[in-house]
Design a protein around this ligand. Structure first.
Ligand SMILES: *Cc1c(COP(=O)(O)O)cnc(C)c1O
Length: 433
């Protein structure tokens, strides 16, 4: 048995994979066995390399194994890999909070660290509930969007608006209203969704702990996009009705939509903002919830304690790497140098509209997506045919059902991006034609 075969055997005997139909996987799959990742590429045990079309589930915004991040991790691991953060502090956590607030939307001034995107959202939900509790208000429900994805804990899953993901937990998840998604692909649909959202905030605001949205792009439900004007109006109506709103920027943050935060497109500041994924350069699991002074005030002046915290809150390794990510964004002008690539992605996906089988396409910043079915479904299979074709051509292009998309590292070179887009085109032609 080769080393590769031994790995696959151990894996199939013991590893339960995320979002994977395990019966099919164990019986039929010949999985990629990845041994190395560098820049925009992952390399497998057979010596082949693949462009990482989605930056490994959207996390590797600076590519894999960025030398400055590797060095920051090494340095920190030699001095202090981990200590708890309850009532003590250290340079990585303190400086990172200061540097993060400096680039965050105006008004967000406090940083609560957690382990990943799900816990960043979970913390935001508990903060909103606790805030209302301290004010003696019974506001315990949340309002989210159809098609929303906010993470995996039961709290986050309650916000989720993807029916398929919610079904097994029906009756257990917490009380959450859902408003129609504005990501309908046309202005009329977005306007109707906005009216529905406004009506819900007006009629249910008294019972709401918070409204939670993925700003501008609903990632997991198929890279569905909606206009910045919706976000501006949502911020306005929430303010008018004293309803907190939470921007889940776990996917959209760190330049994915072209600006540092998707909220920047609408020039709005949420009451709470969640970040993860690109936050630690996709290198270590780490998340943060940014909080406005208004929400923090009862905990500062009122003397309340937020009885919440994960073992690895403010983990020095993650914090040191996250600081280096921000330094790279500043010093290497990551957002500015990506601008040309936004245009390349936009032009390509405009062109892809003419490909056989393509129903519609869209793009924003470093995201391009195309649908291969009228109502694209997560259980659709056409996307997986494109996936198989793309693997043969040197790209790892995991779809969202019938939606094929790219979210490459922001640092992908122009030549690599051209190659990736050519592979998308050829693979769609081969799979559909
Ligand atoms: C991925 C994602 C999450 C969950 O983050 P994890 O790090 O996987 O827990 C939450 N919200 C959004 C918008 C996401 O895309």
């Amino acid at each position: 048995m080769t080393e590769r075969e031994a790995i696959v055997r151990a894996d199939k005997a013991h590893v339960w994979h995320p979002y994977t139909a395990m019966g099919r996987y164990v019986n039929e799959a010949d999985p990629l066995v990845l041994v190395r990742a560098s820049g925009a590429y992952v390399h497998d045990a057979d010596g082949r390399r693949y462009l990482d079309a989605n930056a490994s589930w959207w996390v590797a915004v600076l590519g894999h194994a960025h030398p400055r991040l590797v060095e920051a991790l090494r340095r920190q691991s030699e001095t202090m890999p981990h200590v708890a953060l309850a009532g003590v502090t250290h340079e990585p956590a303190a400086r990172l909070a200061e540097e993060l607030v400096a680039v965050a939307p105006d008004g967000l001034s406090r940083v609560f660290y957690s382990d990943d995107g799900s816990t960043a959202v979970e913390a935001a939900m508990k903060m909103a509930l606790h805030y209302r509790h301290l004010r003696g208000e019974r506001r315990t429900r949340f309002l989210a969007l159809d098609g929303a994805f906010h993470g995996e804990t039961l709290g986050c899953a309650s916000l989720g608006g993807v029916e398929l993901f919610r079904r097994p937990f029906a009756g257990v998840v917490i009380d959450c209203l859902h408003a129609p998604s504005p990501a309908t692909g046309d202005d009329d649909g977005a306007a109707r969704a906005l009216e529905a959202m406004i009506r819900l905030v007006e009629s249910e605001g008294d019972s709401l702990a918070a409204v939670v949205v993925e700003p501008l792009v609903q990632g997991a439900s198929g890279m569905r996009m909606y206009p910045a004007s919706y976000l501006r109006e949502l911020a306005r109506v929430c303010r008018a009705h004293d309803v907190l709103w939470i921007a889940d920027e776990v996917f959209t943050g760190y330049g994915r939509t072209g600006t540092m935060w998707a909220c920047d497109h609408a020039d709005v500041s949420p009451d709470l903002l969640c970040t993860a994924k690109g936050f630690s350069g996709g290198m270590l699991p780490m998340g943060a919830t940014l909080v406005s002074e208004r929400v923090f005030a009862p905990f500062l002046e009122g003397g309340a304690t937020f009885h919440y915290g994960h073992s690895f809150c403010g983990n020095p390794l993650g914090a040191a790497v996250a600081r280096e990510v921000l330094a790279i964004f500043r010093e290497e002008r990551i957002l500015a140098q990506a601008a040309e690539k936004h245009a390349t992605i936009a032009a390509a996906f405009e062109r892809f509209r003419e490909l056989p089988g393509v129903v519609r396409t869209r793009s924003l910043g470093m995201i391009g997506a195309l649908d291969l079915a009228e109502s694209s479904s997560y259980l659709g299979t056409i996307g997986w045919r494109v996936y198989a074709e793309a693997l043969q051509r040197g790209a790892w292009l995991r779809p969202l059902g019938d939606t094929v998309y790219v979210t490459p590292p922001l640092t992908i070179s122009s030549a690599e991006l051209d190659e990736l887009l050519a592979i998308v085109e050829a693979s769609v032609r081969a799979a559909v034609g």
